[in-house]
Ligand binder design. Structure first.
Ligand code: TNX
Length: 595
C-alpha cells in the first residue's frame, strides 16, 4: 500500500520518468539521477562489515569475468567507489537499495541477501554497458598501462527494490536424465543472476536414483544405472556422491540459493525398487514396481534411514517427499494379499486411506528430524501439520487442490503445469515437448503469472509463499535442449517471483529480455530466441509422439507417426531410435496416460 502511494506521488510530481535500465527482474522503484560515475582498476569495494567479504569477492570475480576489472576490497573504507553497507533497519529479506551518484555507488540492506541482490543488479547494469563505451582510448587519457584505461561508466540512478515472494524456485529432474555437477552449477549461476533462491532437486524417480545413501549403497550403484533414454543394465550408474551433494549445496549457498532434495514416495519408486526389490509394492501393467510396500514395517524403517541420511546433507531443513501420482501404480496394492490383510486390520476402506497412512508416517519422520515437509498437491488430502507443511500446487486443472491447501493452512508454492512446466512447448512452431490442449508455456505467460490466473483473495494470501518452474526431463537429454527449454523462460520466472505487479509491463519486459540476449550469447547458451526463432532452431532430443489420433486411424498410426517423426527429428534420431527400440510400449503409454 505504502509503495503504491509512493509511486502515485512520484508520478504526480513528474519525478518518475520512464526507465529503461536493463535489469531482470524489474526492480520496484527506479529514480533517474544526473551525472555519471566510472569504475576502473583504481576503484575499490568498501565493506561496512567483514561478514560481507564473501559477497565482495563474488562481485569482484564476476566483474573480472565481465569486464576484466578487479577492484580491491577495502574493509571499512567508506570512501571506496563501491560501498556495501549492512544497515540496522528492518528490511524484507532480499530487499536493498542501490544508489549511484557521481561520487559513489552505495548498496545497502539490513540483510546479506539484500546486499547480494544489490550487487547482482549492479553487475547487470555493468554487463549491459556497451563494449564500445567501455574503454577510454589512450589518446583521451594520459594512461601508459593498459589496465589504466579499462573503464565502465554508469549513469546515476537510485533503485529501491524488494522481492514479491520469498520462494523463487526452480526444480530440475535429474532422474529421467542426469546432467551432473557442472551443469547444475551453471544453472545455479543463472539462478543467482535472476535472483532465484530455491533449487528443488528431483533426485529419485522411475528412471534413476541419483543420490548416494551409505546405508543402502545399491540405491545409487544399481538404482543409478540408466535413464529415460537408456535402460540397459550395462550402463554405468549416474549419481551424486555425498561429497558432490555437499559441494553443490555450498556452491548454491554462496549464491543465497537453498537446495531442497526430493525423495519421491510412495510412488515413482521404480529405481529404488530395482536396487532393493524387497520393499516394492508390486507391479501393474505399465507401472512395474512403481510404489514402495506399505504393508511391511521394514519399508518404513528403510525409508526413515534414507530420509535421515539425506536430511543430514542439506542444511535447508526442508525435505520434499513427492507423494505425486501414486494412483498410477496403486492398483498393485489391491492385488497383494499382505496389503489387503493390513488394510483389513487397520479398517482402511480403500487404498487411498492406506496411501495417506503411509505418507503421514513418513512425514512424521521428517518433522521428528526438525525439517519441514514439502510435497506435491496430492498430499493435501493427508492431514499434515499446518505450519510445517509446504504444498506444491502443480495441477492447474484441479484448482480445488489449491483452495483445500489454503483452507488447511498449509503454505503453498505455485508451480502449475500451465505455465510453469518447462518440459512443455514454448512456441507454436515447436514440435517436441508436452502441451495441454494446444496451450503453450511461453516466457511471457510465465512473466504474467500468477496475476491473471488466481483469484484475488488467493493473490493476497500470505500462505502463498512463491512460485516455481519445474524442468521435467523425460524429453530433455542434452544440455543444449535443457538450455533451450530454460532460456528465455528463466527470465519470465524471475519476474513472476520478484517483480511487484504494480510495475509489471510486458512490452518493457520483452525489451529487457531482448537486450539481455547478448549475455546468453557470451555464455554460449543455446536459448530459444522469441525475436528471431530461426536464430536457434528447436533443439530436439526425441522426435515427438504424435497424439490425438482418432481411434479408427489408430491402426495405421504407428507407421505414419514413426516416419513423420523420423523426418522431423533428424538431429535426435540416434537417441530416438534407441529409446523407441528399447521401450516401445511403456514409455509412450506412460506419457499418454498422464495427459
Ligand atoms: C507429472 S509433476 C509429474 C512428473 C512428470 C511430469 C511431466 C509431478 C508431481 N509429476 O513425474 O515428469 O508430469 O510433465
Amino acid at each position: 500500500m505504502k509503495f503504491k502511494f509512493l509511486i502515485a506521488l512520484l508520478l504526480l510530481s513528474g519525478y518518475l520518468k520512464a526507465q529503461n535500465l536493463n535489469i531482470i527482474p524489474q526492480p520496484r522503484l527506479i529514480v533517474n539521477g544526473s551525472g555519471q560515475i566510472s569504475i576502473n582498476n583504481h576503484s575499490a569495494i568498501g565493506i561496512s562489515d567483514t561478514s560481507l567479504t564473501a559477497l565482495a569477492i563474488y562481485f569482484q570475480k564476476e566483474l573480472f569475468k565481465a569486464k576484466g576489472l578487479s577492484p580491491a576490497i577495502n574493509n571499512g573504507d567508506s570512501k571506496s567507489t563501491i560501498k556495501l553497507v549492512l544497515t540496522n533497519t528492518n528490511q524484507v529479506i532480499g530487499g536493498y537499495s542501490l544508489k549511484i551518484t557521481p561520487e559513489q555507488i552505495t548498496i545497502s540492506s539490513s540483510n546479506k541477501e539484500g546486499v547480494f541482490y544489490g550487487l547482482i543488479s549492479l553487475l547487470q547494469l555493468i554487463k549491459d554497458h556497451p563494449k564500445e563505451a567501455d574503454n577510454l582510448t589512450l589518446a583521451s587519457t594520459d594512461a601508459t598501462d593498459v589496465r589504466d584505461y579499462q573503464n565502465v561508466v554508469l549513469a546515476c540512478t537510485e533503485i529501491i527494490d524488494a522481492p514479491r515472494y520469498q520462494w523463487r524456485g526452480l526444480m530440475l529432474d535429474e532422474s529421467r536424465h542426469f546432467f551432473g555437477k557442472q551443469k547444475v552449477k551453471q544453472i545455479l549461476d543463472w539462478m543467482a543472476y535472476y535472483k532465484l533462491n530455491k533449487f528443488h532437486w528431483h533426485l529419485t524417480d522411475v528412471q534413476g536414483w541419483r543420490i548416494e545413501i551409505k546405508k543402502y549403497p545399491r540405491l545409487a550403484s544399481i538404482g543409478g544405472v540408466g535413464d529415460y533414454s537408456d535402460t540397459s543394465a550395462e550402463a554405468i550408474p549416474m549419481f551424486y556422491t555425498q561429497n558432490d551433494i555437499k559441494e553443490v549445496v555450498n556452491y548454491a549457498a554462496q549464491r543465497f540459493i537453498t537446495v531442497i532434495p526430493e525423495i519421491d514416495m510412495p510412488g515413482h519408486a521404480t529405481a529404488a525398487n530395482k536396487a532393493y526389490p524387497e520393499y516394492s509394492g508390486g507391479s501393474v501393467a505399465g507401472y512395474p514396481n512403481f510404489t514402495f510396500n506399505p504393508a511391511k514395517e521394514e519399508t518404513y524403517q528403510y525409508l526413515a534411514n534414507v530420509i535421515k541420511e539425506t536430511t543430514a546433507l542439506f542444511p535447508s531443513k526442508m525435505m520434499h517427499l513427492g507423494g505425486d501420482e501414486v494412483v498410477l501404480g496403486i492398483k498393485a496394492w489391491s492385488l497383494d494379499t499382505a496389503i489387503a490383510r493390513m488394510m483389513q486390520n487397520k479398517g482402511f476402506e480403500d487404498v487411498g486411506m492406506l496411501e495417506r497412512y503411509f505418507f503421514k508416517r513418513m512425514t512424521d519422520t521428517v518433522t521428528s528430524l526438525g525439517s519441514k515437509i514439502l510435497a506435491w498437491d496430492e498430499a493435501t488430502q493427508t492431514d499434515l501439520p499446518a505450519g510445517k507443511t509446504i504444498i506444491f500446487w502443480w495441477r492447474q486443472n484441479l484448482p480445488g487442490q489449491l483452495s483445500l491447501a489454503l483452507q488447511k493452512n498449509y503454505q503453498v508454492v505455485l508451480c502449475p503445469r500451465l505455465p510453469l512446466y518447462l518440459d512443455f512447448l514454448q512456441d507454436g512452431s515447436h514440435i517436441s515437448g508436452r502441451n495441454w490442449k494446444g496451450v503453450f508455456n511461453r516466457y511471457t505467460d510465465i512473466y504474467n503469472f500468477p496475476d491473471r490466473q488466481l483469484a484475488a483473495d488467493q493473490l493476497t494470501s500470505n500462505q502463498i509463499i512463491g512460485v516455481q518452474a519445474n524442468i521435467w526431463t523425460e524429453k530433455i537429454a542434452s544440455e543444449k535442449r535443457l538450455d533451450f527449454m530454460l532460456f528465455p523462460r528463466i527470465a519470465g520466472l524471475a519476474e513472476a517471483g520478484w517483480t511487484a505487479p504494480e510495475v509489471k509491463n510486458e512490452a518493457a519486459f520483452t525489451e529487457r529480455v531482448q537486450a539481455g540476449l547478448k549475455n546468453w550469447d557470451a555464455a554460449d547458451i543455446y536459448y530459444f530466441n522469441p525475436f528471431n526463432p530461426q536464430a536457434h532452431p528447436e533443439a530436439i532430443d526425441f522426435a515427438p509422439v504424435i497424439r490425438k489420433v482418432p481411434i479408427a486411424e489408430k491402426h495405421s498410426r504407428h507407421h505414419k507417426a514413426h516416419s513423420k517423426a523420423t523426418k522431423k527429428g533428424k538431429k535426435a534420431s540416434a537417441k530416438f531410435h534407441r529409446s523407441t527400440l528399447k521401450s516401445k510400449s511403456t514409455k509412450n503409454k506412460t506419457h499418454k496416460k498422464r495427459k
